[in-house]
Design a protein around this ligand. Structure first.
Ligand code: GLY
Length: 589
């Protein structure tokens, strides 16, 4: 049997040029491999096929946006690495094989829960450069020059991912740092075969890559990309080798810092060598909420996600959703009305807590959130123009990516990371080979003016030097009866919060298994614009007509969220949900 397992792993990994490395890593624990891993790697070998059934593993699981990154994470777990070791390895692997969102040129958030129940959260969100200013994206008439905050050098915040991983590893890692970065180096140096979805995206953005980068950059070529093309990233391999050998200094100082500073000079960007050297990731106290017997451990500001998620759960907890049924008209109505109210609060009250006093305690008061629902009119949609943010006495492309990991001991990491929209600001740092973020657009570039995601913000999220821009990323872990219950998160810009919300409700209220909860079609409302986005088939015709008769407006949207999650089953196995909307892949052993 062991021989069969290794043969199957080999067959899959040949695609990603990792055979030698992973066989080496797997060999030490080969004897412990379970039958389940055969099932998983069979799935991995199917590449971009959609998964319909939840997979279950006994000794640890990884769910990420790309099969090669999942493979790397599973190999680290098998080698005896803990969830944090696998997290570091998957984050760097995604920076190579999922360059539209996996990154070293961006930032993110994570929630950690140890097997013993210690919880922590880390904010490695990008920061505005020291030379940034409040009106930097306005023209002489005070109007927002919208493309400047979304494309090109000025759109980039100071990246936080490498600092975040180094600090995470320092505090909780077990295996050697170099061994965790090595797989990413190998993938960049030897190349990997791109998926069908990746070929489509690279072709779609060809003109943008050419606009901002010279020929010779790994992503710039004249021919069309095809599924199975080998993407080799030599400059990125060199950067990964420096990070592998020097840790955070390999990115924030020396050659890579010089490359970033030169790139800024070439394109009129603001990030300085001083900004890079000064960047620090921040440990923060997680937000804790309760929902129908589950403890919800989620991301505090600089993300808006955790507060908003707990507000949403509190807002609907007074209603019998399980009796009404999944996506039944009453269920959808209360969820939309909750979303409308919570996103109004988000616009006014949430921003970087190092710069803005967020009324966290007040927003998380169950009585406040249940009272906010008291003017729900069952016969008529509330108008968003009639909803304002709550007032408190004086006394935050969708191309982000999420992964969830649990190791054999039950240590868990939920991590969401981003360069904002797909391929960030489209600028590949010359010499260093990675895309920079366009996260400055997540600030309110002008109060009341919507950002890329249509989100409105005000003073709380205005640009200031060294300030972090508000995010919607919502990495979350659930506990039940003091034990790990679920690890969940997703990309999706403003839809992150509502996708995590619906996934939790799907499991807790509607008893779905992890994969079914992830597959389920979603909807999204964010206060303004006053419209509910719907995935195809999210609502049946009758339900939609009933709600339209009450004044609800709907718009079709291709897909909402890309949730990667793990659920602890009653048997004690790790049940996975890998989103079929992408190349997302579950693995484990
Ligand atoms: N860049 C999307 C977010 O952080 O919410």
């Amino acid at each position: 049997m062991q021989k069969i397992i290794i043969q199957k792993i080999s067959k899959t990994l040949a695609q990603f040029k990792l055979i030698g490395l992973v066989l080496l890593l797997a060999a030490s624990n080969e004897a412990k491999a379970q039958v389940d891993s055969v099932k998983a790697f069979e799935f991995l070998s199917k590449g971009d096929k959609q998964t319909k059934q939840a997979l279950e593993f006994k000794n640890g699981a990884v769910v990420s946006a790309h099969p090669a990154a999942t493979e790397v994470g599973v190999a680290i777990l098998k080698k005896g690495g803990n969830a944090v070791d696998a997290t570091v390895a998957v984050q760097f692997a995604l920076a190579v094989v999922y360059p539209n969102a996996g990154n070293i040129g961006g930032g993110g958030f994570l929630i950690y829960r140890s097997a013993k129940g210690e919880i922590n959260s880390m904010d490695f969100r990008e920061k505005a450069p020291a030379l940034a200013n409040r009106d930097m994206f306005l023209d002489a008439n005070g109007n927002a020059i919208s493309e400047k905050s979304k494309e090109g050098h000025l759109a980039a915040g100071v990246p936080g991912s490498v600092a975040g991983m180094a600090e995470l590893h320092r505090k909780y890692g077990k295996l050697k740092w170099a061994d965790l970065v090595e797989p990413a180096y190998q993938l960049a140096k030897n190349g990997f075969k791109i998926t069908k979805m990746q070929a489509r995206e690279l072709n779609r953005l060809k003109q943008k890559f050419q606009q901002f980068n010279p020929l010779g950059t790994a992503f710039v070529k004249n021919e069309e990309w095809k599924e199975g093309d080998l993407l080799v990233q030599e400059e990125l391999a060199n950067t990964m080798s420096l990070i592998r050998d020097k840790g955070r200094a390999g990115f924030y100082e020396g050659q890579v810092a010089d490359f970033i500073a030169e790139e800024m000079k070439r394109g009129g960007g603001l990030i300085s060598k001083e900004d890079l050297k000064n960047y620090k990731a921040a440990w923060r106290t997680p937000i804790i909420g309760q929902y129908r017997g589950y403890k919800v451990i989620t991301m505090p500001p600089t993300s808006s996600g955790g507060i908003a998620l707990v507000q949403l759960l509190q807002s609907v907890s007074q209603y019998p959703l399980s009796k009404w049924g999944h996506n039944a008209d009453s269920t959808v109505q209360v969820m939309i009305e909750a979303e409308r109210r919570v996103y109004a609060d988000r616009a006014k009250h949430l921003g970087d807590p190092d710069f803005w006093k967020v009324p966290q305690k007040e927003l998380l008061e169950p009585a406040y959130n249940s009272a906010r629902m008291s003017n729900l009119n069952w016969n008529k949609a509330t108008l968003s123009t009639d909803i304002q943010a709550g007032e408190f006495a004086k006394k935050e492309s969708e191309e982000t990516t999420h992964f969830s990991i649990v190791d054999k001991d039950g240590n868990a990491v939920s991590l969401t990371t981003t360069i904002n929209t797909s391929y960030g600001n489209y600028v590949v740092v010359k010499g260093a080979g990675f895309f920079l973020n366009n996260e400055m657009d997540d600030f309110s570039v002008k109060p009341g003016t919507p950002n890329y995601f249509g989100l409105i913000g005000y003073e709380a999220n205005a640009i200031a030097p060294r300030k972090r821009m508000l995010s919607s990323m919502t990495p979350t872990i659930l506990e039940k009866d003091g034990k790990l219950a679920m690890v969940v998160g997703t990309p999706g810009g403003s839809t992150i919060i509502t996708s995590v919300f619906q996934t939790i409700v799907n499991v807790v209220d509607f008893g779905m298994d992890m994969q079914t909860a992830v597959n389920a079609k979603k909807f999204h409302h964010q206060w303004l614009p006053d419209i509910t986005n719907l995935e195809p088939e999210a609502l049946n015709e009758v339900t939609q007509q009933k709600l339209e008769a009450k004044g609800y407006k709907f718009d079709r949207r291709g897909s909402i969220g890309r949730v990667d999650a793990i659920l602890l089953t009653k048997k004690g196995t790790f049940q996975t949900g890998a989103d079929p909307r992408g190349d997302d892949t579950a693995g484990g052993w």
